[in-house]
Design a protein around this ligand. Structure first.
Ligand code: HEC
Length: 358
């Protein structure tokens, strides 16, 4: 599906070029990481800025070449499930509303749904987002989180592992529901008139996952997104490609621009954090040796987003221009990624042979 507020087609801007592996010099990667860390530290000192998604990494990985699963989402795969499951995802079943304002709300929600920065506590530290359990807004039959799950595909969302408020001392994991189930099978009413969905999602964020108070626009967006998921729109499973994650980043950029234009800086900041989460998902797919050019390209794009968060904090007047420029730049920096996609962990054959980080 083509998504985007601007209605531009999917990735037809990707074209060949940049033939040598490593358009960006290898040593630049370290400089970039240092620059990102410096900007992130500056942001932390300014407070009220979400932890950059790129600083959320599995325990032990931050400090060097400790062994871990090649993709972060592999941590939630039940034992024995093939890692290649992470190269496919269920249909989003998303009915994008025709009205531009409603579309913006759905994209804000879709973007918030995909970043751990929406949540707090352990969930955020471990890199769990709404979409970890509800993959692409659906269910996740392969999810297993010790202490939270019983059978694969279940979770106890009132456990003290995830919540300091709700630890009820009872281990009662429930199946993760598919958000595209028909109305009569839903647990929570989606009738906008009674507001139960908003109240439920607010509870999920702030109580079950110890998250900070979401902005009104983020809560409305998440509700609009869930309401836009419809069984009638479901198609077959799709392959997860570079384009999938580039789309996430592009939509996040558009959602940030939309929120910013309405004077909503906190929401725009969360959207940028989610764009950075999308770049994280891209970067880890380029872990194989020989793909340093792709990794550097993503890191440099991430630096652009970190700088943007800083500019937001400074209330810089040129933010709309920066947002447009960042989205236009995508066409350039994604070239080297596209070229190497078949050698990356987007390729199930490559992923299968990859047991751990090198
Ligand atoms: C750890 C896994 C997990 C995460 C993360 C998670 N959920 Fe859920 N979700 C569940 C489970 C399990 C249920 C069913 C709860 C029950 O049966 O009481 C559920 C139920 C729901 C429902 C009700 C579905 C229906 O049928 O009406 C919605 C809506 C929902 N979640 C949205 C979200 C949103 C939005 C987020 C992020 C803020 C989120 N979930 C994060 C596991 C998760």
């Amino acid at each position: 599906m083509t998504i985007g507020l601007s209605g531009q087609p999917d990735h037809d801007h990707l074209h060949a070029g940049c033939t040598a592996d490593g358009c960006v010099q290898e040593h630049m990667a370290a400089d970039l990481r240092a620059a990102i860390a410096a900007v992130s530290t500056a942001l932390d000192q300014d407070a009220a800025v979400p932890t950059p998604a790129s600083s959320i990494s599995p325990a032990g990985l931050a400090n060097g070449p400790a062994l871990g699963p090649p993709l972060r989402d592999a941590r939630w795969l039940a034992p024995g499930r093939p890692i290649t499951l992470l190269t496919r995802e269920p249909s989003s079943c998303l009915a994008v509303p025709p009205d531009r304002q409603q579309t913006l709300a759905v994209y804000i929600g879709r973007t918030a749904f995909r970043t751990p920065v929406l949540l707090g506590g352990e969930a955020r530290r471990l890199g769990l987002s709404c979409s970890t359990c509800h993959r692409n807004g659906r269910t996740n039959p392969d999810f297993l989180f010790p202490g939270v799950s019983g059978q694969p595909g279940t979770a106890d969302v009132t456990t003290s592992v995830l919540s300091t408020h709700l630890g009820d001392g009872i281990f009662n994991p429930k199946p993760i529901p598919d958000l595209a189930l028909p109305e009569k099978k839903r647990l929570v009413s989606r009738d906008p008139a009674n507001g139960r969905l908003e109240a439920f999602i607010h509870h999920v964020i702030t109580r079950e996952f110890d998250g900070p108070e979401p902005t009104a626009r983020v809560l409305a967006g998440l509700s609009a997104y869930v309401r836009a998921i419809s069984a009638r729109e479901c198609k077959s499973e799709r392959v997860v490609t570079l384009a999938t994650h580039l789309d996430d980043a592009r939509v996040a950029g558009e959602a940030a621009a939309g929120a910013w234009s309405q004077g909503d800086e906190p929401t725009a900041l969360l959207m940028i954090a989610s764009a950075r989460s999308a770049l994280d998902r891209i970067e880890e797919r380029y872990a194989p040796s020989g793909l340093s050019g792709g990794r550097s390209a993503v890191q440099s794009a991430d630096l652009g987003l970190a700088a943007m968060q800083y500019a937001f904090n400074q209330k810089r007047a040129d933010i709309p221009v920066r947002l447009v420029a960042w989205r236009l730049d995508m066409a350039d920096w994604s070239v080297s990624l596209k070229k190497d996609e078949q050698r990356s962990l987007y390729n199930p054959g490559v992923l299968k042979g990859k047991k751990a980080y090198q």
